[in-house]
Design a binder for this molecule. Structure first.
Ligand code: TMP
Ligand code: ZN
Length: 401
């Protein structure tokens, strides 16, 4: 195929087979859902990794069930990110801030005391409603050039546009950037946060591959897509959240800002590490983990011990479907999100239950599908008095706690 960023030819790096869209949870086990390929392609020209087959965003986000969890780790990350933005003067008390894909508004709420105005934009009706009910004004729409022009005409330009873990959820980053171009003030900053492709690859996190993640940005591919749309990358911040994330700071191309040392250093490292050899290893490691994890799970199953999964995550869905696990092996999936509870994971048809364990037995093992919150989830479970259930942690290397 041709790269959706630079039109260069791409090469297939991994094929995980077919999987249903991860957040299309089922109301009952009779409900069926279509599965679509999860194939990753690499473009050698701009070092971009992307899905070969992208689903229509409107189908993915119509009724969306991902609610940002109220997590200690995420709250600490919000603090870390906000300090970085303030100390580098990317935001200040006069900033008008718009967040794209703001979900229920947790980050906007966090940043509210430090800036002048906040506004959210999120396409999922049920989620935008929750945000508005919590007092975070959220427009329920896809961010587009048309919306950006309407907002500019009605409210004026903004100083800061933030897109956390949603920029890569877009089959056409060029369209989104055209909107940012229209709405962002001349001296303003565009803050993009995504899982970092190099961390995904180096930590073998193949479960980060799902239909919402259409792109896996490297510093190089982000630089390219920004430049093609009249922006320049000036800084980055590396963070441990979600298995390794990166925050990109971009300004209009006319900006006088020079490139930060941190950006220069990481770019150099990325150029050394991101290549066809690393990508080939990523693919073979995924198949090795599949074998090892299946061996572990089959042995537990033969001992007639029970396994539940912990976290009805999108990545968990990729993992379960790639391994071919279903409700005959994993009886329940535990998750704190109330709108997910009582529903079933697509494909594996595992029932989602809450974290209380009032009506169900504790399992012998939890397969930790929300491994990015490992410490916090294990602490929570132990503090509730469950000292016995062991945790199977699949990433970055398979281990049992
Ligand atoms: P995420 O990794 O995409 O943010 O999804 C995390 C999922 O894990 C989300 O559905 C909420 C769930 N979760 C719990 O069930 N318990 C917890 O303590 C945390 C932090 C998350
Ligand atoms: Zn490319």
């Amino acid at each position: 195929m041709n790269c959706r960023i630079c039109s260069g030819y791409t090469r297939t790096i991994i094929d995980l087979g077919i999987s249903p869209p991860a957040n299309s949870l089922l109301d009952n086990t009779r409900q069926s859902v279509c599965s679509y390929p999860l194939v990753l392609e690499y473009c050698n020209s701009c070092c971009n990794i992307q899905l070969r087959d992208c689903l229509d965003s409107r189908d993915l986000y119509k009724n969306y069930l991902y609610v940002t969890p109220d997590s200690k780790m995420l709250n600490e990350h919000y603090e870390y990110l906000t300090r970085f933005l303030l100390s580098n003067k990317y935001i200040n008390s006069d900033s008008k801030v718009l967040e794209i894909g703001s979900n229920i508004g947790l980050y906007l709420n966090h940043i509210r005391p430090f800036v002048k105005e906040i506004l959210g934009v999120d396409p999922a009706e049920n989620i935008a409603k929750l945000a508005n009910a919590k007092g975070v004004h959220t427009i329920c729409e896809f961010f587009s050039k048309e919306l950006a022009m309407d907002l500019r005409n009605s409210k004026g330009k903004v100083d800061t546009i933030i897109a956390r873990h949603c920029f890569a959820h877009n089959a056409s980053p060029h369209d989104l950037l055209k909107g940012v171009k229209v709405l962002l003030d001349e001296g303003g900053v565009f803050v993009i946060e995504n899982a970092y492709a190099l961390n995904t690859i180096e930590n073998n996190e193949f479960d980060q591959i799902y239909h919402e993640h259409m792109f896996y940005y490297s510093i190089q591919s982000m630089t390219k897509v920004l430049e093609m749309n009249g922006f320049k990358l000036i800084d980055i911040l590396i963070s441990l959240v979600h298995g390794g994330s990166i925050v990109f700071i971009a300004k209009h191309i006319s900006s006088k800002n020079s490139i930060s040392n941190s950006l220069r250093t990481h770019l150099q490292y990325e150029k050394e590490k991101l290549n066809m050899n690393t990508l080939a290893r990523f693919s073979s490691n995924a198949f090795t983990l599949k074998e090892d994890l299946l061996k572990t799970i089959n042995a537990i199953n033969q001992r007639k011990e029970t396994i539940y999964s912990y976290g009805a995550t999108a990545k968990g869905n990729t993992l379960l479907n790639f391994l071919g696990l279903d409700n005959s092996i994993i009886k329940y999936c535990v998750d704190s999100t109330s709108i997910k509870q009582g529903k079933y994971l697509p494909g594996s048809k595992i029932k989602i239950i809450n974290e209380d364990f009032k009506d169900v037995e504790r399992p012998d093992y939890f397969l930790l599908t929300a491994w990015n919150y490992k410490d916090e989830i294990i602490t929570k479970v132990r503090n509730k008095g469950n000292k016995d259930s062991a945790f199977i942690v699949p990433f970055p290397t398979l281990h049992i706690i």
